[in-house]
Design a protein around this ligand. Structure first.
Ligand code: NAD
Length: 335
């Protein structure tokens, strides 16, 4: 069977990671990536063997800079079965008519509104509903991290209510334009934050409220969760449940900060030091007066990457079963 042809429009933090994750799968391949400028990332893409495309009117600029641009974004998507739009939030929306005109399936990221694709995706929670769809939005890094813990708890014990405080990194490590900052920023100040409603875009029945602050760090988001469950259970039951999840890593062994989780990612040889799983502090998982509490670290640059691979597989109906797709993606990426 021929491989599904995938194009990446927007080759930044998320796009370059999705390109590499698709490349190691045996049922899909990258047919091109689109860059707006011939910066170092474009040269790395060329050196990795990706065909580099660019915006209309910039092909010659790319060629002059030493990137043999293969054509425009339109040329790229004409060759693709599915395009993964990883342009900055709000830009992806402008590309929808181009994808519709080309008759190509499209995936957007969490920076776009739910309404753009009409369907918000998390592999664990709603893979089967994405089968055969033309347009899908892979939810943000924070929403992905929340869905990965809320869905199994809901399946096993039923959820009465979730309250979450998100302590968010203010910028990605390479994102010099947004930092440095030296403050703690309640963001948004009006409560609750949009994160709870975003979880509802995947699981509408979940009762969830959220608050969020931005911190002067680039090393992961940290969530504090407080959950009321329908059925009684112990903290050991919850630890065992989390331990069975394919994209949750229980952490301990002296790890006391997000910096050490990022160090672990490098030590175990992850590409770019990425930590694709939710990192839950095992010792934090506590039942107190009948309510569940725990801390989890979310690596903003990478947790959505395997989700994009599963979204492609569902939309192209390469695999009917979500658990099988998750296992296949994880195996190929080297979880
Ligand atoms: P980024 O700024 O790192 O990368 C975006 C890339 O798209 C850049 O290379 C930019 O030059 C390019 N670009 C801009 N306009 C373009 C256009 N018209 N056509 C083609 N390319 C264009 O952004 P990112 O962090 O990778 O975010 C991409 C999407 O992923 C956003 O929706 C964001 O909300 C979402 N997301 C980001 C993170 C994160 O923490 N970085 C996590 C999860 C989801």
């Amino acid at each position: 069977m021929s491989k599904v042809k995938v194009a990446i429009n927007g080759y930044g933090t998320i796009g370059k990671r999705v390109a590499d994750a698709v490349s190691v799968q045996d049922d899909m391949e990258i047919i091109g990536i689109a860059k707006t400028r011939p910066n170092y990332e474009a040269f790395v893409a060329r050196d990795k063997g990706y065909e580099v495309y660019t915006l209309e009117g910039r092909v010659d600029d790319m060629k002059k800079a030493g990137i043999p641009a293969a054509g425009t974004v339109e040329d790229m998507i004409a060759k693709a079965d599915v395009v993964v739009d990883c342009t900055p939030g709000g830009v992806g929306e402008q590309n929808k008519s181009m994808y519709e005109k080309a008759g190509v399936k499209a995936i957007w990221q969490g920076g776009e509104d739910h309404e753009l694709a009409g369907f918000s995706f998390n592999a664990n929670a709603n893979y089967s509903e994405a089968l055969g769809r033309d347009f899908v939005r892979v939810v943000s890094c924070n929403t992905t991290g929340l869905c990965r813990v809320i869905h199994p708890l809901d399946q096993e014990y039923g959820i009465k209510k979730v309250r979450v405080t998100l302590m968010r990194r203010s910028a990605d490590p390479g994102d010099v334009k947004k930092g440095p900052i030296n403050a703690i920023i309640p963001n948004p100040i009006k409560l609750p934050s949009h994160h709870g409603p975003d979880v509802k875009s995947v699981m509408p029945h979940i009762n969830i409220t959220s608050t969020a602050v931005k911190l002067p760090t680039t090393l992961m988001h940290l969530h504090t969760l407080n959950i009321e469950l329908e059925k009684d259970c112990s903290s050991d039951d919850v630890k065992a449940l989390f331990g069975e999840q394919p994209r949750i890593r229980m952490i301990g062994q002296g790890i006391g900060s997000t910096a050490e989780i990022m160090e672990l990612g490098k030590d175990i040889g992850r590409p770019r030091g990425d930590m694709w799983e939710n990192c839950i502090w095992e010792d934090s998982v506590t039942m107190y007066e009948g309510e569940l509490y725990f801390f989890q670290g979310i690596h903003q640059e990478s947790d959505v990457v395997p989700e994009n691979v599963d979204a492609i597989r569902a939309m192209m109906e390469l695999e009917e079963d979500g658990a099988e797709s998750i296992a296949k993606t994880n195996r190929a990426m080297g979880f």
